[in-house]
Design a protein around this ligand. Structure first.
Ligand code: TUI
Length: 310
């Protein structure tokens, strides 16, 4: 069943910007929301104070709905949850874990909750815990990924759940949206394409690397730590692969990964930093405003659906 996610979230287009730690800040979030999508603030790199400051900045820039993402592996998840509840943000997305223990706090603050689920079993648990919709994220995505592709995951989650499903992983144009719509998704999360938005403050070297990327340029590292991460293959990724091949212990891998995302995003060191990216980077080939990206994707999507014989 195709659900009215736009009505539920108060947005104009069924396009949700994927949270990207260190990257999706007030600038990108407010641009996406102002253009009619759902901007999502990443907090994986923030404390509660930084989160509240960013939320206030978003509210100064737009009066449209936006979301805050809680990366549940963050040591500061408890204080971040308390902060978003106090701020009464309209929507929360979660990643890298189950938001079950926070669900009552979110509901009491009248916050819509959209957790990321990488499998059917986890998606079912999230529905039972009270999620308003689930983001079924395939392993084509950038960053921390599960094991199943978007193509296989989305229809299985759609069949298993009664709440709306948002597709994520490998979507960067109207064709990807239309394909996921055919699989039963009601909205679409987009990360990699928004990395190259004009309003995205990521280092220019990072944007240039995404624009240059080919289909086969990403790999996953860190599987042996239990948290595989999709990145552009570079010197750092090769070091990871070497260590993992030699069965290095988790502490050594953690040490190599510490600070690596900041190094790429803030310092622009795309050789020794972690350049997280989805597999769809090969399709992303120019910088545009967030509004242009949203309008272009949505008009392609609509044209495909209208041209279909059903
Ligand atoms: O969270 C993401 N993507 C991320 S988080 C991140 S920061 C990071 N850096 C290094 C290592 C790990 C994280 C970079 N990119 N996407 C959403 C996502 N959620 N992917 C997978 C999951 C997930 C995994 C397990 C969601 C729920 C889950 O539940 C496990 C359980 O037992 O409840």
């Amino acid at each position: 069943m195709y659900a009215d996610i736009c009505g539920m979230l108060g947005i104009q287009y069924p396009i949700i910007q994927g949270a990207m730690a260190w990257i999706s800040d007030a600038s990108l979030v407010s641009a996406v929301s102002e253009a009619g999508g759902l901007g999502v603030l990443a907090t994986g790199h923030l404390d509660a104070e930084g989160c509240v400051k960013a939320v206030k900045e978003i509210r100064e820039r737009t009066d449209k709905p936006f979301a805050v993402n809680i990366m549940l592996l963050s040591q500061l998840a408890d204080e971040l949850v308390q902060a978003v509840c106090e701020e009464k943000v309209p929507v929360v997305t979660t990643g890298a874990g189950s938001p079950g223990k926070y669900m009552k706090s979110f509901k009491d603050a009248n916050i819509k909750v959209l957790p990321v689920a990488p499998s059917v079993a986890i998606a079912k648990r999230m529905e039972k815990d009270g999620a308003d919709a689930v983001i079924a994220e395939g392993c084509e995505s950038g960053g921390h990924v599960g094991k199943i592709t978007t193509m296989a995951l989305v229809p299985q989650v759609v069949d298993a759940l009664n709440i709306p499903v948002i597709a994520a992983g490998g979507i960067a144009d109207g064709r990807g949206m239309a394909a996921c719509r055919m699989l039963g998704a009601s909205a679409f999360q987009v990360g990699t394409r928004f990395l190259v938005a004009n309003e995205c403050t990521v280092h220019p070297n990072y944007k240039a690397r995404i624009i240059k990327a080919k289909d086969i340029d990403t790999t996953t590292t860190g599987a042996s730590t239990g948290h595989p991460v999709r990145v552009i293959r570079n010197r750092l990724a090769r070091k990871f692969e070497e260590l993992e091949k030699n069965n290095a212990d988790t502490s050594e891998l953690d040490a190599l990964g510490r600070g690596a995302l900041r190094k790429a995003v803030v310092e622009g060191d795309i050789d020794n930093g972690s350049v997280m990216s989805g597999q769809i980077a090969g399709l992303v080939n120019r910088e545009q405003s967030a509004g242009e990206i949203i309008k272009e994707m949505y008009s392609q999507y609509k044209a495909i659906l209208q041209g279909m014989d059903f």
